[in-house]
Ligand binder design. Structure first.
Ligand code: CA
Length: 228
């Protein structure tokens, strides 16, 4: 399960420990020592998950989490709070602002990796290796293959990632900008119409087994994967 994890933590020993264990677990790691550094990274590209320390110099973790939740572009990024606080009321505050989980220091790296896995499985299934099947359309991330009614379909790498993302986020509309962020990982460099080009290619590939109707155009809004 490979995901991009942004670690926001001002203590360098903890940063290094997390970096090492997350890399060992197969993740890509971005590091930020404070909320401003983290903001700059997130502005360029969205991570799959943020490990966020509560006590940071400058803007604290709770304020930064709130900022992320209030921005349409970043509000869906899963957040796990790290904290030295053990008070139950603090935990509630952390979860109220929309953190997905909460880890109290000192923690074992193994615990962190396990919690990340659980949150990703729930919130970012496209980063997992679980295969998905909807109405006879089956995508297997492990073998990197797609089948329509048992027949293998030929997809380019971008179409594969796009389909994986859409299949793991059914019934939700994504704008072109959101898709660029989540599938291409860059909303600045790539033009929006690139999305249309790849959606067209994807539909063409799915046409062979009649699954192209699952990718719906929502006028003025974007695209949606829907089996209904
Ligand atoms: Ca700290």
């Amino acid at each position: 399960m490979a995901a991009t994890i942004l670690v926001v933590e001002d203590e360098s020993s903890i940063q290094e420990l997390l970096k090492l264990s997350l890399k060992q677990a197969g993740h890509a790691v971005w590091q930020a020592l404070n909320a401003d550094e983290a903001s700059n990274l997130v502005r360029k590209e969205l991570p799959d998950l943020i490990l966020l320390d509560w006590m940071l110099p400058g803007k604290n973790g709770i304020e930064f989490a709130q900022q992320l939740r209030n921005d349409k572009r970043t509000r869906d990024i899963p957040i796990i709070m790290l904290t030295a606080r053990t008070e139950e009321s603090d935990k509630i505050t952390g979860l109220e602002i929309g953190a997905d989980d909460y880890i109290t220091k000192p923690f074992s790296p193994r615990e962190v990796v396990a919690r990340i896995k659980a949150v990703l499985r729930r919130r970012a299934p496209q980063t997992t290796e679980d295969s998905i099947e909807i109405e006879g359309l089956k995508l297997d991330p492990t073998s990197y293959r797609v089948f329509g009614n048992e027949m293998e379909l030929e997809l380019g790498p971008t179409e594969f990632r796009l389909l994986h993302f859409l299949m793991s986020h059914q019934e939700r509309v994504y704008s072109r900008t959101q898709l660029l962020d989540r599938v291409w990982g860059d909303h600045i460099v790539v033009e929006e119409r690139t999305v249309d080009v790849h959606i067209r290619r994807l539909r063409l590939a799915l046409e062979r087994t009649g699954h192209d109707h699952l990718i719906q155009t929502v006028r003025g809004a974007g695209y949606r994967f829907s089996a209904t």
